[in-house]
Write a protein that binds this ligand. Structure first.
Ligand code: FES
Length: 105
């Protein structure tokens, strides 16, 4: 059961428990954090945009082409840190994954 360390848009910290196989977006949404996830995880809306902590970027599976293409169109994209939360499926080794919510598009 990985725990995620989240910084919300107000700078507040949240420790959220997740199950392996959950996506980051699902964990954020189910915790009531303000992430729209309009497309429900189909990789077409980018409203699940997050910034991964720099220490964690290389430890995640790399983004696939569709995710990268969608991120390119985001106003607040950070090429080094941006990911779509719905495209990150959590693994047991993601214990302590740290990220913050990107601004609303
Ligand atoms: S929820 Fe729509 S792209 Fe992630």
């Amino acid at each position: 059961m990985p725990t995620l360390e989240i910084i919300d848009r107000n700078g507040e910290h949240h420790s959220l428990s997740a199950r392996a196989g959950d996506t980051v977006m699902e964990v954020l949404r189910d915790a009531g954090l303000p992430i729209e996830a309009v497309c429900g995880g189909c990789c077409v809306c980018a409203t699940c945009h997050v910034y991964i902590d720099p220490d964690w970027v290389a430890r995640l599976e790399p983004a696939k082409r569709g995710e990268l293409a969608l991120l390119e169109g985001c106003r607040y994209v950070d090429p080094a840190l941006s990911r779509l939360g719905c495209q990150i499926s959590l693994r047991p080794e993601d214990e302590g994954l740290a990220l913050r919510l990107a601004p609303e598009e």
